[in-house]
Ligand binder design. Sequence first.
Ligand code: UDP
Ligand code: MG
Length: 236
Amino acid sequence: MEKLTIVVPAFNEEEVLNNTLQRLLKIESKLIQAQILDYSSDILVVDDGSADQTWKIIKHYHEKNKSIKGIRLSRNFGHQNALIAGFQAVVASADLVVTIDADLQDDPESINEMINCFAGGAEIVYGVRNDRTTDTWFKRNSAALFYKLLNILGVKLIPNHADFRLMSQRAVKTFLQYKERNLFIRGVIPLLGFSTAKVYYKRTPRLAGKSKYPFKKMLAFAWNGITSFSIIPVRF
Ligand code: UDP
Ligand code: MG
């Protein structure tokens, strides 16, 4: 049986973290009871330099339940770097890694289906949103524009897939061989090869708290995605 580690980046997520950890624990323990996952399967929260109670909550849960673990970054490094830190921390011990945002806007119940796809031979399973009606008009349209633009610039992305995915240990190891920092992770994953699958789900609104991607950060993220994969802006 495989050991799954769920990696959760968290930046000032005190309002949602309790609920998130309880839900993820429940999902994982069901899979352990059904003997689909190894009993050592766990959850790693990467505290990305939070200034609120996030780290306290992680510590509190870890004291009660050792299958909830945490690492705390020395400052705020951003979502993508928090995920990379998570990968680095778990790659030696986890057979399977699922990354999911702390606000659970991406349906954690899909993890079951992701594991089925892995059992069927996929080493990378993309979570794909098939319904964004709960996102704001602005978020939906700016995301659509972003995918279009990147496509024109020659960056191949999986439409409507962000950073909710399952990867085998082998895929994570290969990914970590990219030594760049500020990586635009979802642009790199399709370049790894391996057999892939997609799992569709409906994106739900954030349970509580505000988006940790204000407009400025979103622009920086998009720009990073473009400049790290395309030389067209340089030519221009
Ligand atoms: N996040 C992070 N560091 C940051 C910004 C965000 O680790 O500097 C995390 C955040 O806690 C969440 C995920 O990245 O788990 C996605 O952020 P959010 O849900 O706010 O983005 P949105 O859904 O609004 O695009
Ligand atoms: Mg979110």
